[in-house]
Design a protein around this ligand. Structure first.
Ligand code: MG
Length: 346
């Protein structure tokens, strides 16, 4: 297989601000894997500095993977993903790009969509949340108003006036709220704020504390009626058992765990530990958002809106209408470039 890749700088509609950072552009990398029969698989890496990756490190890993993939059989997913993990253990977004491209290629070769390849029924009427980043109250209200058709909103929190903001937002929407703190609370704040949130229509709270704060999570266990999920705390399968009986669920992301294969391992591991599952994302184009959408029949909550937050997605794949996901018709991911000509020149 021939591996090629190019940068994709996604422009955000609104400056994306969460508890620890803000940005206007997300520097991703699109991967194309071409087999000798001409079949091309698409993949995407959406690296985050929080996990120690950026476009440069992804490029380095992909450069080094060209030779590794040259003679590889695309159907030998286990061997290939294992080899890449042993060579690049921390480069999960880079590995996810190759993993996604392999699954896309296999689906295309077998002429079946990815969900079918995974043994799943076609995802039907699954609903994603839409993310509202941190901003002034006025701008957050405006953002909520822009997406009033979405039945579930993920509100970014972890700042001083977050409860007051939620109260104001509650006045203008009936949408279910999921609150993502992105590690921004202390124990004292969590106890106080979780109580105050009980009558605000909050379905769950994500990652209240800094990574590794298992003792703090244990302290709010039982005290809070609202289910607690962890995201930054759980990267791959190995991280899950420690959170059994500590939280209610985990957020799985292809970019965080290394791709579809590891995401499915995580799903089964989480189920064995009685944990609920959210499928989340970074700021991504339709390539990797569609890949994650194929896996949604296996999860409880969906947060796949990364492609809706950008203005220059060069691909089409999963469509979102009032939060409802509709997968494209087509083999593999079913993703197509909006401008085929731009791909042919690669
Ligand atoms: Mg999160």
């Amino acid at each position: 297989m021939n591996l090629s890749f190019y940068p994709l700088d996604l422009k955000l509609k609104h400056t994306f601000q969460i508890a620890r950072e803000s940005r206007d552009i997300q520097n991703n990398i699109i991967v194309l894997l071409r087999d000798t029969d001409g079949v091309v698989g698409f993949g995407e890496a959406a690296p985050t500095r929080f996990l120690g990756e950026d476009a440069k490190s992804v490029t380095r890993v992909l450069d080094q993977s060209v030779d590794l993939l040259q003679q590889a059989d695309p159907f030998h997913l286990e061997d290939t993903t294992h080899l890449l993990k042993s060579r690049f253990p921390r480069d999960t977004a880079a590995r996810a790009a190759i993993d996604i491209a392999l699954y896309d290629m296999i689906g295309k070769k077998l002429k079946i969509p990815l969900y079918q390849l995974l043994g799943l029924k076609k995802p039907n009427a699954n609903v994603t949340s839409f993310t509202i980043g941190i901003d002034t109250l006025e701008k957050m209200c405006k953002k909520v108003d822009e997406v009033k058709d979405f039945p579930i909103l993920k509100i970014k929190a972890g700042f001083k006036e977050d409860i007051e903001t939620l109260r104001e937002l509650r006045k203008i929407t009936r949408a279910v709220f999921r609150v993502d703190v992105n590690t921004g609370w202390t124990l004292h704040e969590a106890i106080k704020k979780l109580k105050l949130m009980e009558n605000l229509g909050v379905e769950l709270v994500e990652q209240p504390f800094p990574v590794g704060s298992i003792e703090l999570l244990q302290k709010i266990r039982g005290a809070a009626k609202i289910p607690i999920f962890v995201d930054e705390d759980v990267k791959d399968t190995h991280d899950i058992p420690a959170f059994s009986n500590v939280v209610d669920g985990i957020n799985i992301k292809l970019m965080k765990c290394g791709g579809i294969r590891e995401a499915i391992r995580m799903i089964h591991t989480a189920r064995a530990h009685n944990l609920k599952i959210m499928m989340g994302c970074n700021i991504e184009s339709s390539v990797s958002i569609t890949a994650a959408s194929h896996v949604t029949p296996l999860v409880d909550h969906i947060d796949l809106d990364g492609h809706l937050l950008v203005t220059n997605d060069p691909y089409t794949g999963v469509m979102v209408d009032r939060g409802k996901l509709t997968l494209p018709v087509g083999d593999g991911l079913g993703v197509v470039a909006r401008n085929e000509a731009s791909l042919l020149s690669l």
